[in-house]
Design a binder for this molecule. Structure first.
Ligand SMILES: [Zn+2]
Ligand SMILES: [Zn+2]
Length: 322
């Protein structure tokens, strides 16, 4: 069973304050547990709380932290938590980091450039953890064996073998996000999968490449930043800004036959009531749908609760933290 927990669900910039207490104000970060493996999707400010949790686990178990971090792209809202990710300052932590290059920079160059003086006192290479960087693109597949290190394979040039107990992460690039696109990940483990598709804008008729990539997945996490009215407003339309509406997300979910849909990357201008209103409208069109909030925990497939805090997509909502 894949276990998914949302630590940051906001796009663009953090939004603390009383109007966002229920949904949460941290930027993008999703934790995925596949058996012993800790996968982290994006490192927005949500990763700070996740880091504290991992440090608590490390103290309780005595086991050094090993995490695989997958960056969709290197915009601020997907990287800005990493300089405050406590496990990265611990010398016995291992971070396998995957993500795209951009502007002739590899992943390490792009992440390093966000941590240079005078904007931050500690440089990336000065963080004590062992950081193993992999610049990846959609020609590659990452395979994580049960008791081994992740291996990056070429999806086209080698037969990519992965057993049911290997975590397999497939990669798709969306071009519908300024200015250099973003990566979309499909995580598969023991016959179940989820697709993380944030910072992408819908196409007329649906993004056929994404529909194929997400086909049959159990859980789709999809960008749903704007209302249709905002997207196509006569003045200051959000068209072309690289984000989707809930209707676009639902279009992909239906066409790809996914089990459950999570609306993600909420607009910083949307308060709790606005996000809930968008969620209700979306559920009227696609009942198996929920708006992500901080603390939301899902299991894939939906099954017996692995822990009291967990819930299913259709289950009762517990209140998120602020
Ligand atoms: Zn974003
Ligand atoms: Zn972005």
């Amino acid at each position: 069973m894949l276990r998914v927990r949302f630590w940051g669900v906001r796009g663009s910039h953090p939004t603390p304050g009383p109007r966002t207490v229920e949904i949460g104000g941290n930027t993008a970060c999703v934790e995925v547990r596949a058996g012993p493996h800790v996968l982290i999707l994006d490192a927005g400010t949500g990763i700070i709380g996740l880091g504290d949790e991992l440090v608590r686990e490390r103290r309780a178990t005595g086991k050094p932290i090993v995490a695989c971090i997958f960056y969709t792209h290197t915009h601020h809202d997907h990287i800005q938590g990493f300089p405050f990710f406590k496990p990265a300052y611990m010398g016995d932590t291992t971070c396998y980091m995957f993500g795209p290059g951009s502007l002739q920079m590899d992943l390490e160059g792009a992440l390093s450039s966000a941590m240079l003086p005078p904007t931050f006192p500690v440089q990336l290479h000065e963080m004590n953890a062992l950081k193993l960087m992999h610049t990846v693109n959609e020609t590659q597949v990452i395979v994580i064996p049960p008791n081994g290190e992740p291996v990056v394979r070429n999806a086209f040039r080698e037969a990519v073998r992965s057993g049911p107990d290997d975590v397999r992460v497939d990669v798709l690039r969306t071009y519908a996000h300024p200015r250099h696109g973003a990566l979309i990940y499909r995580v598969t483990w023991q016959g179940h999968s989820l697709v993380y598709a944030t910072d992408t804008e819908g196409y007329y008729g649906g993004d056929q490449r994404l529909i194929g990539f997400a086909r049959g997945t159990d859980l789709l996490l999809h960008d749903a930043q704007y209302t249709e009215a905002e997207y196509s407003a006569p003045q200051f339309p959000k068209q072309g800004w690289g984000h989707s509406t809930p209707e676009m997300a639902i279009g992909i979910a239906r066409a790809a036959g996914v089990g459950h849909l999570v609306l993600f990357h909420h607009d910083p201008a949307h308060d709790d009531a606005q996000v809930r209103s968008m969620e209700r409208a979306a559920q009227a069109l696609f009942p198996s749908c929920v708006a992500a909030f901080e603390g939301l925990t899902l299991s894939v497939p939906a099954g017996p609760e692995p822990e009291p805090a967990a819930q299913h997509v259709r289950g009762n909502r517990k209140r998120g933290k602020g």
